[in-house]
Ligand binder design. Structure first.
Ligand SMILES: [Zn+2]
Length: 257
């Protein structure tokens, strides 16, 4: 990813997506915490959200967030949703982990401490989508659901979507128990490509699981950018696994302009 430092804030940008003139995006890093409901310095989270919107030149007032419940649901941002969740989870769009949007100037924010955040851009319509793909969301098919909804609601051709997978728990560190593996096998066609056995436990490759799901949904392999940075062993990012329940959250912002 491309680094861009502004004052105390270091932002990362996906290489391919940053060459597109119709969209702005950023992934944040530590030490700033973007969750008003979790972790150290949570009272500064809204300030940092405003700062990133200023840097990206999009209106903070329209910043919109899903509640993020580790599920598989995605909805389209309607006019009355604009700005929901900008100040915190209490006003976020309920019951969903993903949003799709065809309105310029309506930035989406997602939060993570290990979960992959996945964004999509259709340069032709234009339209964007963004999902918080926790292991449960990944197994529930959330990334594929985003692609299907962009196709169904906006007419996006999956073949022209650019899709990016954020820094998140990597295959080097993301260990799960057998029960996760059992559940994943009931859902993922190719689960054995996404797990490596390690004694009684398994290493779960969330990047591969989401990449394969996207390809099965019609995304071209060349149009998927995986950051390939592990939030557990790379201390630039917040990690629930590493920092525990006091972990802050890093964020993905994406907006049509
Ligand atoms: Zn790692």
């Amino acid at each position: 990813m491309i680094e861009h430092t502004v004052g105390d804030l270091k932002l990362l940008h996906f290489e391919r997506l940053s060459r597109e003139p119709g969209v702005v995006h950023a992934v944040t890093t530590r030490p700033q915490n973007f969750a008003p409901h979790h972790g150290d310095n949570r009272d500064r989270a809204v300030y940092w959200r405003q700062k990133v919107c200023e840097i990206l030149n999009v209106p903070f007032d329209n910043l919109t967030a899903p509640e993020q419940v580790h599920g598989g649901e995605v909805v389209r941002i309607e006019d009355e949703d604009t700005g929901c969740g900008r100040d915190g989870r209490g006003s976020a769009i309920r019951f969903v982990d993903g949003l799709i949007c065809d309105k310029p100037g309506v930035p989406i924010i997602l939060l993570s401490a290990d979960c992959p955040l996945i964004c999509a851009y259709d340069p032709q319509l234009p339209a964007v989508g963004a999902v918080h793909a926790s292991w449960r969301g990944t197994v529930a098919g959330l990334a594929g659901q985003m692609v299907r909804q962009m196709a169904g609601e906006f007419g996006s051709d999956p073949g022209r979507l650019l899709v990016c997978i954020s820094p998140s728990a990597g295959p080097c560190c993301y260990e799960v128990d057998r029960q996760v593996y059992r559940v994943a096998r009931t859902r993922l066609d190719d689960a054995d490509a996404c797990f490596v056995a390690k004694g009684e436990r398994y290493m779960f490759n969330l990047w591969t699981a989401n990449r394969r799901q996207l390809i099965n949904s019609g995304i071209a392999s060349a149009n998927i950018e995986v950051a390939g940075m592990c939030s557990i062993c790379n201390e630039q990012f917040w990690s629930y696994r590493r920092d525990g329940k006091d972990a802050g959250r890093f964020a993905l912002f994406i907006s049509l302009i």
